[in-house]
Design a protein around this ligand. Sequence first.
Ligand code: CP
Ligand code: NVA
Length: 329
Amino acid sequence: LLSISDLSPAEFTKLVLNASSHKNAVKAAFATGEQPPKPLHGSLAGKTVAMMFSKRSTRTRVSTEAAVQLMAGHPMFLGKDDIQLGVNESLYDTSVVISSMTSCMVARVNAHKEVTDLAQHSSVPVINALSSDYHPLQTIADFQTIHENFPGRTPSDASLGLEGLKVAWVGDSNNVLFDLAIACVKMGVDISVASPQGYGIPEAMRQIILAASEGVARPGKLAETQVPEEAIQNADILVTDTWVSMGQEEESQKRLKAFAGYQITNELAKRGGAKPDWKFMHCLPRHPEEVHDEVFYSDRSLVFPEAENRLWAAVAALEAFVVNKGKIL
Ligand code: CP
Ligand code: NVA
């Protein structure tokens, strides 16, 4: 699982619904002091999941370790100073060796090519835990969160029933946006992106996002602007992410200047004409410059359930790619 573009609409829908049903079943079991229900419990018994992280992480690390543990497997965390990932050894050698001893590699890398190279040479499934281009586990959790918070929409085989919703992304065009936009197109959710000049979606990525509409009966529309108010018009959900992703720290001053005026506030949402009951989402970690506390800590904010859903997204992905060997049942 390298990107949401690897998944058909039906596969993505199933992963999100599986994440949601595992959440309900496990929480109900834990509430009564029972073991997690089968088939989840024990499904990774005797299996090791290598977690190769070249960058910091709170949610992805904790959710993956907790998911593997919940399924009775062994999560092996390998930070950038622990192994030779891309340093002192080729990715080819690393991939062949680690996949010969484990059942899955979950990798957080710098350039996206690092995770595609790992996958190419691996004998076990590889799950992208964030690369320069994509963050598929985040997107599964995000759509689980949307599914849970916009009830009354009936999923079908190839859709979550969210057609017609509008997401407004206000901020940097980055890895989290790219997979989110691909999923929006596949799920019939319109997405409008507002980024400052020079920080929009690169042309090659725009083509990948637009290609997600192939074979989709009612694809979501992608719109792009430099004006936050235009993106926000009629939006159901406002989303953003940090203006300075990991690895861009040296550009901090330049970026903070370029993004001035893009902070999500109640006033901006009102001026832009968001729907009256608009919601707010953010993958976290959050910095105050991209969203004001009045939004981040408000009733509109879905950020903490969204973060919790990372656990259930990890469970659903491990089940599909490791337990069921790529069959999304
Ligand atoms: N959202 C997310 O991936 O957070 P971490 O960087 O803390 O894993
Ligand atoms: N865009 C951020 C996401 C972190 C989860 C980054 O790449 O640092």
